[in-house]
Write a protein that binds this ligand. Structure first.
Ligand code: PEP
Ligand code: MG
Length: 545
């Protein structure tokens, strides 16, 4: 039995088999070989293995997400047979007498750069594909298994770190817990874990090379511990705790269908945050009154090319129809910072959190923005949609957005495509937006306060930097006063205001938010009933403290 402690990002408990993801640890080294033909044979074998892997992925995607999305795996299969690509690898092995891994890595980099520099957008996007197939070949050559997360039994995922795009690709039904060596509590991977109701620990100082696949483990998000190969005693205690949690969850179920109202009659809307169409089930299961934040950028992650207007339209429509008239607030693309997507070719930045992200990309690469807006406006007729724009810092940005929306509207009108203009609001997640929130309130229909970024920018603390977790204090008076300021400005100008950052789910602040007059809290689905319980036990007519 080995026990480690870490930072808990979701308070839950689970027990199950471990799956260790040892990705990215393989460093390609250049070495001399005696027999070039033998190396070329290895490349051939790795290619055949890759063809089979891609066929499995194609079949799965075809079944689950349709032909359009599955096609990418066919493209990869064709690229693997491309003569130019293979000739370049073979030539390098023969002329330089180097190992197959090295030849594939160098050729992959060269081809990927060549595609990235092409003018044609389609060819540009192939850059990420070449990288992808080269990495697959290298994995196969080095004997690393392709972590097939779709075929895995329910497991506790143990990894060095997980990126948001890796996390979104996982089959949530099969994940019993996450345990990672790195990561910060405010990262999007942590947010995803909370959204999925998955016990998760980060910052666990374990040596992955000493942990074997298939051993048993207990992840206890309450105690912040993970125990590998637990004793019978620990297993017994864990089973009791899991049972207790189930009982508590059952009690919360009795709150379904009840109002979010304090004892003295003050109401608040409780909505849920989601990242994918598949999360809508959790929203309904937990009886949220609507969706307060659909992080639409997750539709762009974990794939090799931009989602088309039609793909987006279908996704938004499905969420709106499933929510059947309840409010659905879809946030436009918030890519950049920790949410990196190869095909955007954003380039490396010294300071990505303060960099080229979110609305800044949308306002400069307007075609990407317009495609999303077209899909949104078209989907609006299918339910109760609101659109929300992230990372606003100025009134000029809002004016520019409004102009682009007008253009999109005009284009749809001219093309005779049915659409509606929904409610539109902005996220207040920069100190600048807070300070001019009186001016902004006159331009939009609502505000939603993004406390994750607002805290990062106000306290000058990179939310991704695990070393700073102890300084990241979202209860800081600066943050709380800013929230009050935004609420007051919103109400003065007759618009509603919510909180969709993680702070909205902080039970220690529920009373504060109700007293401040916040109209809506949008939280992880699993938190909705817990907050409803807290709200129903409050009496804000009584003086505080
Ligand atoms: C926020 O910043 O609080 C927010 C809700 O957006 P995200 O966490 O996706 O940046
Ligand atoms: Mg944000």
């Amino acid at each position: 039995m080995t026990q480690y402690s870490g930072k808990s990002v979701y308070k839950g408990i689970s027990m199950g088999k471990v799956l260790v993801l040892k990705k990215g640890e393989y460093q390609v080294k250049r070495s001399k070989v005696e027999n070039a033909e033998e190396e070329i044979g290895r490349v051939k074998q790795a290619g055949e293995q890759a063809q089979k892997q891609l066929q499995v992925l194609y079949d799965k995607a075809l079944k689950e997400v349709g032909e359009a999305s599955a096609a990418i795996f066919e493209v990869h299969q064709m690229m693997l047979e491309d003569d130019d690509y293979l000739d370049a690898i073979h030539n390098m092995i023969r002329t330089e007498m180097v190992n197959a891994e090295y030849a594939v890595a160098v050729t992959g980099d060269n081809f990927s750069e060549m595609f990235a520099n092409m003018d044609d957008d389609y060819m540009k996007a192939r850059s990420a594909d070449v990288k992808d197939i080269s990495e697959r070949l290298i994995r196969n050559l080095s004997g690393q298994a392709d972590a097939d997360l779709s075929a895995m039994p329910p497991s506790i995922i143990v990894a060095d770190d997980l990126s948001p795009s890796e996390t979104v690709q996982m089959d949530k039904e099969k994940i019993l817990g996450f345990v990672t060596v790195h990561g910060s509590t405010n990262s999007h991977t942590a947010i995803l874990a909370r959204m999925m109701n998955i016990p998760a620990l980060i910052g666990v100082p374990m040596d992955l090379s000493k942990i074997n696949n298939g051993i048993d483990a207990v992840v206890d998000g309450f105690a912040g511990t993970v125990i590998f190969e637990p004793s019978d005693e620990v297993r017994g205690q864990t089973e009791t705790k899991i049972q207790d949690e189930k009982e508590k969850a059952k009690l919360l179920q009795t709150l379904k269908g009840k109002e979010n109202v304090t004892l003295d009659g003050q109401k608040i809307n409780l909505y849920a945050n989601i990242g994918s169409v598949g999360d809508v089930g959790y929203v309904l299961e937990n009886d949220a009154g609507g969706i307060g934040l659909f992080r639409s950028e997750f539709l762009y992650l974990g794939r090799n090319d931009f989602p088309t207007e039609e793909e987006q339209f279908q996704a938004y429509k499905q969420v709106l129809q499933t929510m059947a008239g309840k409010k659905v607030i879809i946030r436009t693309l918030d890519i950049g910072a920790d949410k990196q997507v190869d095909y955007f070719n954003l380039g490396k930045e010294d300071n990505p959190a303060m960099g080229y992200r979110a609305i800044r990309i949308c306002l400069t690469q307007t075609e990407i923005f317009k495609t999303q807006l077209r899909a949104l406006l078209r989907s609006a007729a299918f339910g109760n949609l609101s659109i929300m724009y992230p990372m606003i810092t100025s009134a000029e940005e809002v004016t520019r957005i409004q102009k682009i929306v007008e253009q999109v509207q005009q284009e749809l009108e001219e093309q005779g495509v049915p659409y509606q203009i929904p409610e539109q609001g902005i996220m207040i997640e920069t100190p600048a937006a807070v300070m001019i929130s009186d001016e902004l309130a006159e331009m939009v229909d609502f505000f939603s306060i993004g406390t994750n970024d607002l805290t990062q920018y106000t306290l000058a603390i990179d939310r991704q930097n695990e070393k700073l977790d102890e300084f990241y204090n979202p209860h800081h008076q600066a943050i709380l006063r800013m929230i009050q300021m935004v609420v007051d400005h919103a109400h003065k100008h007759g618009i509603w205001v919510g909180i969709c950052g993680e702070l909205g789910a902080d039970l220690a602040l529920t009373e504060t938010f109700v007293r401040m007059g916040v109209d809506e809290l949008s939280v992880a689905p699993s938190m909705v009933l817990k907050i409803r319980k807290a709200v129903r036990e409050l009496d804000v007519s009584k003086k505080n403290g």
